[in-house]
Design a protein around this ligand. Structure first.
Ligand code: NAD
Length: 451
């Protein structure tokens, strides 16, 4: 196993020189990152096509565009975020001033997954740079073209003592985790997330865990069914369902279920053509292993749409399954593919209990025209984040912290959240020497008695 102690030591000694604490250094680094991304846009799109058969439209919308917007937003606000913040002092502290100094942790390790191999590697890196850290990025081994391009771009434009990309799989990840770093930002599956936290606990290294889970999508009887179907089809089948916040399953009210399914079929046809496998522009399943795992689900329930798949291109067409119960295999774990099971409910509170009987989801979507129904669900189910009458879109806002709760993750980022994740808030009380209030000293008579 390779030893990364030298690399981490190099970054540690670069960090200790204090250069990254200079906000103009961070701004320059972010600006450079933006320029590289813009210059290499085509190469990035080609890599994403090679790794995942991602269309240029999807590559721009969900990877490159999102990251450029994150850089723009961060650079616009960084001067303000990086300044010490003055806060109130209490009456007992009269004469003093209180401040919060955001300060970088030092060396941050970012471990990224394959499903948005560019966005999910670079978005945390933006936060790490903005907050003034050095960073080591470990992209996924399952998207080798994008990981190799990331490595090339970063190594050509940044010194490794500041930012380094280390390519490799589990063994590389493990070797990196064996070393002491100052922060670990992990995006990936729940089981690996648990293991990361265990390893991090040895050095009490703080972690952010961006994990997954089964995200429900509730379609109530009063929903605008046509629009609901279109927005669900978009959020679910984008990237062939390999999106951490994709609707995992539908919970449809039994009174509108059949009508909704008709609309859903229609929407899928409109968005993804009659035969997306033949059309050749539908995102593929990342590996044989995942393809095999997913095709097993196709025998669950009854297919109301799709079901065709092609092993030579690792493609599965958008598929909707009905007559599904919680006992079906497809309902056991996060699906992470273009297969959408539909459950039905009659009683809202029973449905809420069913959702609450499972781990807290990363996302939840509510389709209803009624504020009362929306609030009923919001107030009774805990989940990372989500949308009302839409899917997935919440993650593209820099104003909304993005992360899970319970088993779907710890911590949240995007926008200022990314800066905060990679910053320690150092609290400072600056005391006056002009006077000295006597009441806190034990020598003061009746010090603790209220006057
Ligand atoms: P994964 O957990 O298998 O791998 C993620 C990263 O961890 C990769 O870089 C991989 O090399 C590394 N890794 C894998 N096994 C490891 C081990 N035993 N020790 C150390 N490192 C290891 O996840 P994945 O398959 O790449 O991604 C899919 C999962 O990620 C899904 O569960 C999905 O929901 C989740 N996800 C979450 C978000 C989010 O923002 N919350 C985003 C995307 C994906």
């Amino acid at each position: 196993m390779k030893n990364y102690a030298d690399l981490i030591q190099k970054q540690r000694s670069f960090f200790s020189k204090g250069k990254t604490k200079d906000v103009s250094f961070r701004m320059e680094a972010l600006g450079r990152l933006r320029t590289i991304i813009k210059e290499q846009e085509q190469d990035l799109m080609d890599s994403l096509k090679a790794d995942l058969n991602k269309s240029e439209f999807d590559a721009y919308l969900t990877e490159i565009g999102i990251v450029l917007e994150e850089i723009r937003f961060t650079m616009k606000n960084l001067n303000k975020w990086a300044k010490p913040r003055k806060v109130k002092s209490t009456l007992a502290q009269v004469g003093s001033k209180s401040y919060i100094y955001p300060e970088p942790y030092g060396v941050a390790l970012i471990i990224a997954p394959w499903n948005y191999p560019f966005q999910l590697a670079i978005a945390p890196l933006i936060g790490a740079i903005a907050a003034g850290n050095c960073a080591i990025l470990k992209p996924s081994e399952l998207t080798p073209r994008t990981s190799a391009l990331l490595s090339k771009l970063i190594s050509e434009h940044f010194p490794e003592e500041f930012i380094a990309v280390v390519e490799g799989g589990v063994e590389t990840s493990t070797a990196l985790l064996n070393e002491k770093v100052d922060y670990i930002f992990f995006t990936g599956s729940v089981p690996v997330g648990k293991m990361i936290m265990e390893v991090a606990s040895k050095n009490l290294t703080p972690v952010t865990l961006e994990l997954g889970g089964k995200s429900p999508c509730i379609v109530h009887e009063d929903a605008n069914l046509k629009l609901t179907a279109k927005r669900i089809a978009w959020g679910k089948f984008m990237n062939a369902g390999q999106t951490c916040v994709a609707p995992d399953y539908i919970y449809a009210h039994s009174s509108i279920k059949e009508e909704f399914l008709k609309e859903l079929k229609q929407a899928i046809q409109e968005l993804y053509s009659g035969d997306p496998i033949a059309a050749g522009n539908f995102t593929k399943i990342v590996s044989d292993k995942h393809f095999k795992r997913l095709t097993k689900f196709l025998s669950n329930g009854t297919a109301v749409h799709g079901g065709r798949h092609d092993v030579s291109t690792l493609t599965i067409e958008p598929t909707v399954l009905k007559n599904i119960t919680w006992e079906d295999e497809v309902m056991e774990d996060e699906i992470f593919g273009p297969i959408l099971p539909v459950l039905e409910y009659e009683d809202l509170s029973k449905m809420i209990s069913e959702v609450n009987a499972r781990p807290k989801p990363l996302a939840l979507y509510i389709f209803s025209e009624s504020n009362a129904i929306q609030n009923e669900i919001l107030n009774h189910i805990s989940f990372g984040g989500g949308c009302i009458n839409d899917t997935v879109f919440h993650l593209s806002s820099p104003y909304l912290p993005f992360g899970g709760v319970g088993e779907s993750g710890i911590g949240a980022y995007h926008g200022k959240g990314s800066f905060d994740v990679f910053s320690h808030e150092k609290s400072i009380l600056k005391q006056t020497t002009k006077f000295d209030l006597p009441f806190r000293y034990p020598t003061t008579k009746n010090a603790l008695k209220k006057v």
